[in-house]
Design a protein around this ligand. Sequence first.
Ligand code: G3H
Ligand code: 13P
Ligand code: ZN
Length: 316
Amino acid sequence: MIVTTKQLFEISYQKFAIGAYNINNMEQTLGLFRGNMQSKAPFIIQISKGARKYAEVKMLEAMIRAADELFPDAIFAVHLDHGDEEACYDCIDSGFYSSVMIDASHFPLEENIAITKRVVERAHAKGISVEAELGKLGGVEEDIKVDEKHALLTDPNEAKEFVKRSGCDSLAVAIGTSHGMYKFKGSQGLHFERISEIQKLLPKFPLVMHGSSSVPQEEVRRINAAGGKLDPSARGVDEDEFAKAIPLGVTKVNIDTDGRMVWTRVHREFFRDTPEGIDFRTPGKTYIKEYADFIAHKNEKLLSAGKLDQVRTQLS
Ligand code: G3H
Ligand code: 13P
Ligand code: ZN
Protein backbone atom coordinates (compact mmCIF):
# COMPACT_ATOMS: atom_id res chain seq x y z
CA MET A 1 0.00 0.00 0.00
CA ILE A 2 1.41 3.36 -1.02
CA VAL A 3 1.04 5.90 1.79
CA THR A 4 2.22 9.47 2.17
CA THR A 5 5.72 10.17 3.40
CA LYS A 6 4.16 12.58 5.89
CA GLN A 7 2.14 9.77 7.49
CA LEU A 8 5.25 7.61 7.89
CA PHE A 9 7.17 10.50 9.46
CA GLU A 10 4.38 11.35 11.91
CA ILE A 11 4.32 7.77 13.18
CA SER A 12 8.08 7.21 13.31
CA TYR A 13 9.47 10.57 14.52
CA GLN A 14 11.97 10.01 17.36
CA LYS A 15 10.98 6.33 17.60
CA PHE A 16 12.51 4.75 14.49
CA ALA A 17 13.88 5.84 11.13
CA ILE A 18 12.40 4.96 7.76
CA GLY A 19 14.91 3.33 5.42
CA ALA A 20 14.91 5.07 2.02
CA TYR A 21 16.26 2.71 -0.62
CA ASN A 22 16.92 3.49 -4.30
CA ILE A 23 15.70 1.17 -7.04
CA ASN A 24 16.88 0.83 -10.63
CA ASN A 25 15.76 -2.62 -11.77
CA MET A 26 13.50 -5.61 -11.18
CA GLU A 27 15.93 -7.60 -9.03
CA GLN A 28 16.43 -4.67 -6.67
CA THR A 29 12.68 -4.08 -6.49
CA LEU A 30 11.89 -7.72 -5.63
CA GLY A 31 14.71 -7.87 -3.07
CA LEU A 32 13.58 -4.60 -1.52
CA PHE A 33 9.99 -5.74 -1.02
CA ARG A 34 11.03 -9.19 0.21
CA GLY A 35 13.49 -7.69 2.69
CA ASN A 36 10.91 -5.31 4.10
CA MET A 37 8.35 -8.08 4.39
CA GLN A 38 10.92 -10.38 6.02
CA SER A 39 11.69 -7.71 8.63
CA LYS A 40 8.11 -6.35 8.82
CA ALA A 41 9.15 -2.76 8.19
CA PRO A 42 7.61 0.27 6.47
CA PHE A 43 9.96 1.86 3.93
CA ILE A 44 10.49 4.50 1.26
CA ILE A 45 11.31 3.64 -2.36
CA GLN A 46 13.56 6.27 -3.88
CA ILE A 47 13.86 6.99 -7.56
CA SER A 48 16.73 9.18 -8.72
CA LYS A 49 16.91 11.16 -11.95
CA GLY A 50 19.55 8.63 -13.07
CA ALA A 51 17.17 5.72 -12.38
CA ARG A 52 14.37 7.46 -14.31
CA LYS A 53 16.68 7.73 -17.30
CA TYR A 54 18.18 4.23 -16.98
CA ALA A 55 15.04 2.16 -16.47
CA GLU A 56 12.43 4.50 -18.02
CA VAL A 57 9.85 6.18 -15.81
CA LYS A 58 6.99 3.98 -17.03
CA MET A 59 8.94 0.80 -16.32
CA LEU A 60 9.88 1.89 -12.79
CA GLU A 61 6.33 2.88 -11.95
CA ALA A 62 4.94 -0.35 -13.42
CA MET A 63 7.40 -2.39 -11.33
CA ILE A 64 6.33 -0.58 -8.18
CA ARG A 65 2.64 -1.10 -8.97
CA ALA A 66 3.28 -4.79 -9.66
CA ALA A 67 5.25 -5.18 -6.42
CA ASP A 68 2.43 -3.48 -4.54
CA GLU A 69 0.09 -6.21 -5.86
CA LEU A 70 2.56 -9.02 -5.17
CA PHE A 71 3.16 -7.83 -1.60
CA PRO A 72 -0.25 -6.62 -0.38
CA ASP A 73 1.02 -6.24 3.19
CA ALA A 74 3.80 -3.80 2.28
CA ILE A 75 3.46 -0.20 3.49
CA PHE A 76 5.67 2.27 1.66
CA ALA A 77 6.01 5.74 0.16
CA VAL A 78 7.43 6.61 -3.27
CA HIS A 79 9.94 9.45 -3.34
CA LEU A 80 11.94 11.36 -5.98
CA ASP A 81 15.58 11.42 -4.83
CA HIS A 82 17.75 14.49 -5.62
CA GLY A 83 15.35 16.16 -8.02
CA ASP A 84 15.82 19.45 -9.84
CA GLU A 85 12.82 21.70 -10.43
CA GLU A 86 11.90 20.04 -13.72
CA ALA A 87 12.00 16.49 -12.30
CA CYS A 88 9.99 17.61 -9.24
CA TYR A 89 7.23 19.10 -11.39
CA ASP A 90 7.17 16.00 -13.56
CA CYS A 91 6.71 13.77 -10.50
CA ILE A 92 4.19 16.08 -8.85
CA ASP A 93 2.09 16.19 -12.03
CA SER A 94 2.29 12.41 -12.52
CA GLY A 95 0.28 11.85 -9.34
CA PHE A 96 2.33 8.72 -8.54
CA TYR A 97 4.78 10.06 -5.99
CA SER A 98 4.24 10.51 -2.24
CA SER A 99 7.02 13.10 -1.96
CA VAL A 100 9.79 14.78 -3.92
CA MET A 101 13.22 16.05 -3.01
CA ILE A 102 14.29 19.37 -4.44
CA ASP A 103 18.06 19.50 -4.25
CA ALA A 104 19.01 23.14 -4.61
CA SER A 105 21.66 23.12 -1.89
CA HIS A 106 24.37 24.09 -4.39
CA PHE A 107 22.63 27.45 -4.97
CA PRO A 108 23.14 30.42 -2.63
CA LEU A 109 20.74 30.42 0.35
CA GLU A 110 18.20 32.91 -1.06
CA GLU A 111 18.00 31.03 -4.34
CA ASN A 112 17.68 27.67 -2.55
CA ILE A 113 14.76 29.13 -0.54
CA ALA A 114 13.07 30.60 -3.64
CA ILE A 115 13.37 27.38 -5.67
CA THR A 116 12.21 25.20 -2.76
CA LYS A 117 9.25 27.51 -2.10
CA ARG A 118 8.12 27.23 -5.75
CA VAL A 119 8.27 23.42 -5.58
CA VAL A 120 6.47 23.37 -2.20
CA GLU A 121 3.59 25.45 -3.61
CA ARG A 122 3.11 23.10 -6.57
CA ALA A 123 3.53 19.95 -4.43
CA HIS A 124 1.29 20.96 -1.55
CA ALA A 125 -1.53 21.82 -3.96
CA LYS A 126 -1.53 18.09 -4.80
CA GLY A 127 -0.99 16.77 -1.27
CA ILE A 128 2.65 15.83 -1.94
CA SER A 129 5.35 16.65 0.59
CA VAL A 130 8.76 18.12 -0.13
CA GLU A 131 12.25 17.30 1.17
CA ALA A 132 14.79 20.08 0.70
CA GLU A 133 18.53 20.21 1.36
CA LEU A 134 20.67 22.73 3.19
CA GLY A 135 24.42 22.51 3.69
CA LYS A 136 27.10 20.65 1.79
CA LEU A 137 27.51 16.92 2.16
CA GLY A 138 31.26 16.68 2.87
CA GLY A 139 33.95 14.59 1.27
CA VAL A 140 37.05 13.14 2.93
CA GLU A 141 39.71 15.64 1.87
CA GLU A 142 42.48 15.05 4.38
CA ASP A 143 43.82 18.59 4.26
CA ILE A 144 40.50 20.23 5.17
CA LYS A 145 40.71 21.99 8.56
CA VAL A 146 38.14 21.25 11.29
CA ASP A 147 36.75 24.82 11.04
CA GLU A 148 36.34 24.49 7.30
CA LYS A 149 34.67 21.11 7.75
CA HIS A 150 32.21 22.60 10.24
CA ALA A 151 31.41 25.40 7.80
CA LEU A 152 30.09 22.79 5.37
CA LEU A 153 27.72 21.37 7.96
CA THR A 154 24.15 22.69 8.08
CA ASP A 155 23.94 25.85 10.19
CA PRO A 156 21.12 25.41 12.77
CA ASN A 157 19.91 29.03 12.61
CA GLU A 158 19.93 28.94 8.84
CA ALA A 159 18.00 25.65 8.95
CA LYS A 160 15.29 27.23 11.10
CA GLU A 161 14.97 30.20 8.76
CA PHE A 162 15.08 27.97 5.68
CA VAL A 163 12.24 25.73 6.89
CA LYS A 164 10.09 28.69 7.93
CA ARG A 165 10.53 30.59 4.65
CA SER A 166 10.50 27.68 2.19
CA GLY A 167 7.64 25.70 3.79
CA CYS A 168 9.42 22.36 3.16
CA ASP A 169 8.23 19.27 5.06
CA SER A 170 11.58 17.63 5.81
CA LEU A 171 15.20 18.69 5.55
CA ALA A 172 18.30 16.86 4.36
CA VAL A 173 21.07 18.11 6.60
CA ALA A 174 24.84 18.00 6.23
CA ILE A 175 26.01 16.31 9.44
CA GLY A 176 29.26 14.76 8.28
CA THR A 177 28.15 12.19 5.71
CA SER A 178 28.70 12.18 1.96
CA HIS A 179 27.53 10.04 -0.94
CA GLY A 180 29.39 7.02 -2.23
CA MET A 181 32.04 4.74 -0.75
CA TYR A 182 34.60 7.21 0.55
CA LYS A 183 33.01 9.13 3.43
CA PHE A 184 35.38 9.00 6.36
CA LYS A 185 39.04 8.63 7.22
CA GLY A 186 40.27 7.42 10.61
CA SER A 187 37.92 8.24 13.46
CA GLN A 188 35.62 10.67 11.62
CA GLY A 189 31.90 10.11 12.07
CA LEU A 190 28.51 11.75 12.44
CA HIS A 191 28.36 15.20 14.07
CA PHE A 192 25.81 14.47 16.79
CA GLU A 193 26.31 17.85 18.44
CA ARG A 194 25.24 19.54 15.18
CA ILE A 195 22.17 17.28 14.75
CA SER A 196 21.17 18.07 18.31
CA GLU A 197 21.53 21.85 17.78
CA ILE A 198 19.37 21.65 14.63
CA GLN A 199 16.73 19.60 16.43
CA LYS A 200 16.53 22.07 19.31
CA LEU A 201 15.62 24.83 16.84
CA LEU A 202 13.37 22.57 14.75
CA PRO A 203 11.54 20.35 17.25
CA LYS A 204 9.17 17.76 15.74
CA PHE A 205 10.60 18.43 12.28
CA PRO A 206 11.85 15.37 10.33
CA LEU A 207 15.54 15.47 9.41
CA VAL A 208 16.94 13.37 6.58
CA MET A 209 20.35 11.75 6.54
CA HIS A 210 21.79 11.25 3.06
CA GLY A 211 24.98 9.31 2.42
CA SER A 212 24.16 6.73 5.11
CA SER A 213 25.81 3.64 3.66
CA SER A 214 28.21 1.86 5.97
CA VAL A 215 30.57 0.44 3.29
CA PRO A 216 31.14 -2.88 5.10
CA GLN A 217 34.80 -3.89 5.19
CA GLU A 218 33.90 -7.52 4.59
CA GLU A 219 32.05 -6.51 1.41
CA VAL A 220 35.12 -4.55 0.19
CA ARG A 221 37.32 -7.56 0.96
CA ARG A 222 35.08 -10.04 -0.89
CA ILE A 223 34.68 -7.76 -3.92
CA ASN A 224 38.46 -7.34 -4.15
CA ALA A 225 39.03 -11.07 -3.62
CA ALA A 226 36.79 -11.64 -6.64
CA GLY A 227 38.70 -9.28 -8.94
CA GLY A 228 37.48 -5.85 -7.77
CA LYS A 229 39.80 -2.94 -7.15
CA LEU A 230 38.08 -0.94 -4.42
CA ASP A 231 40.18 1.22 -2.13
CA PRO A 232 40.35 -0.79 1.13
CA SER A 233 40.52 2.46 3.12
CA ALA A 234 36.88 3.25 2.15
CA ARG A 235 34.80 3.96 5.28
CA GLY A 236 31.09 4.60 5.79
CA VAL A 237 28.67 5.40 8.59
CA ASP A 238 28.74 3.13 11.64
CA GLU A 239 25.27 1.62 11.45
CA ASP A 240 25.04 1.42 15.22
CA GLU A 241 24.98 5.24 15.18
CA PHE A 242 21.52 5.30 13.50
CA ALA A 243 19.88 4.52 16.83
CA LYS A 244 21.61 7.53 18.42
CA ALA A 245 20.49 9.87 15.62
CA ILE A 246 16.80 8.87 15.80
CA PRO A 247 15.96 10.65 19.10
CA LEU A 248 17.64 13.74 17.57
CA GLY A 249 15.04 13.88 14.79
CA VAL A 250 16.68 11.83 12.01
CA THR A 251 13.57 10.20 10.52
CA LYS A 252 14.65 9.17 6.99
CA VAL A 253 17.93 7.43 6.25
CA ASN A 254 19.09 7.14 2.62
CA ILE A 255 21.04 4.05 1.64
CA ASP A 256 22.13 3.17 -1.89
CA THR A 257 25.88 2.52 -2.13
CA ASP A 258 25.82 -0.51 0.22
CA GLY A 259 23.17 -2.14 -1.99
CA ARG A 260 25.38 -1.59 -5.05
CA MET A 261 28.16 -3.36 -3.18
CA VAL A 262 25.89 -6.37 -2.57
CA TRP A 263 25.19 -6.50 -6.33
CA THR A 264 28.88 -6.18 -7.20
CA ARG A 265 29.98 -8.86 -4.72
CA VAL A 266 27.34 -11.39 -5.82
CA HIS A 267 28.07 -10.94 -9.51
CA ARG A 268 31.87 -10.83 -9.20
CA GLU A 269 31.82 -14.03 -7.12
CA PHE A 270 29.47 -15.69 -9.62
CA PHE A 271 31.75 -14.89 -12.57
CA ARG A 272 34.84 -15.96 -10.62
CA ASP A 273 33.32 -19.22 -9.39
CA THR A 274 31.26 -20.13 -12.45
CA PRO A 275 33.39 -19.29 -15.50
CA GLU A 276 31.21 -21.54 -17.67
CA GLY A 277 27.93 -19.87 -16.56
CA ILE A 278 25.82 -17.71 -18.88
CA ASP A 279 22.39 -17.84 -17.24
CA PHE A 280 22.08 -14.42 -15.63
CA ARG A 281 19.16 -15.69 -13.54
CA THR A 282 21.58 -17.68 -11.40
CA PRO A 283 23.39 -14.64 -9.92
CA GLY A 284 20.09 -12.72 -10.19
CA LYS A 285 18.40 -15.17 -7.81
CA THR A 286 21.31 -14.99 -5.37
CA TYR A 287 21.30 -11.20 -5.53
CA ILE A 288 17.54 -10.91 -4.84
CA LYS A 289 17.95 -13.08 -1.73
CA GLU A 290 21.11 -11.32 -0.55
CA TYR A 291 19.56 -7.90 -1.15
CA ALA A 292 16.45 -8.91 0.83
CA ASP A 293 18.65 -10.06 3.75
CA PHE A 294 20.63 -6.81 3.49
CA ILE A 295 17.46 -4.68 3.68
CA ALA A 296 16.16 -6.69 6.65
CA HIS A 297 19.49 -6.13 8.43
CA LYS A 298 19.44 -2.36 7.77
CA ASN A 299 15.88 -2.14 9.08
CA GLU A 300 17.01 -3.78 12.33
CA LYS A 301 19.63 -1.03 12.70
CA LEU A 302 17.08 1.69 11.84
CA LEU A 303 14.68 0.23 14.44
CA SER A 304 11.96 0.06 11.77
CA ALA A 305 12.02 -3.76 11.77
CA GLY A 306 8.90 -5.19 13.38
CA LYS A 307 6.98 -1.88 13.20
CA LEU A 308 4.70 -2.77 10.26
CA ASP A 309 1.65 -3.87 12.27
CA GLN A 310 1.89 -0.84 14.52
CA VAL A 311 2.07 1.45 11.47
CA ARG A 312 -0.91 -0.31 9.88
CA THR A 313 -2.97 0.18 13.05
CA GLN A 314 -2.01 3.84 13.34
CA LEU A 315 -2.87 4.47 9.70
CA SER A 316 -6.39 3.04 10.02
O1 G3H B 1 22.43 9.97 -3.83
C1 G3H B 1 22.28 9.42 -4.91
C2 G3H B 1 21.83 8.03 -5.00
O2 G3H B 1 22.82 7.14 -4.56
C3 G3H B 1 21.35 7.74 -6.38
O3 G3H B 1 22.42 7.65 -7.26
O4 G3H B 1 21.90 9.29 -9.06
O5 G3H B 1 23.47 7.37 -9.46
O6 G3H B 1 21.01 6.97 -9.23
P1 G3H B 1 22.18 7.84 -8.85
P1 13P C 1 24.95 6.43 0.05
O1 13P C 1 25.81 6.78 -1.12
O2 13P C 1 25.71 6.56 1.33
O3 13P C 1 24.30 5.11 -0.07
O4 13P C 1 23.78 7.55 0.11
C1 13P C 1 22.62 7.40 -0.69
C2 13P C 1 21.81 8.65 -0.74
O5 13P C 1 22.00 9.60 0.00
C3 13P C 1 20.71 8.69 -1.73
O6 13P C 1 20.07 9.94 -1.75
ZN1 ZN D 1 21.44 11.56 -1.34
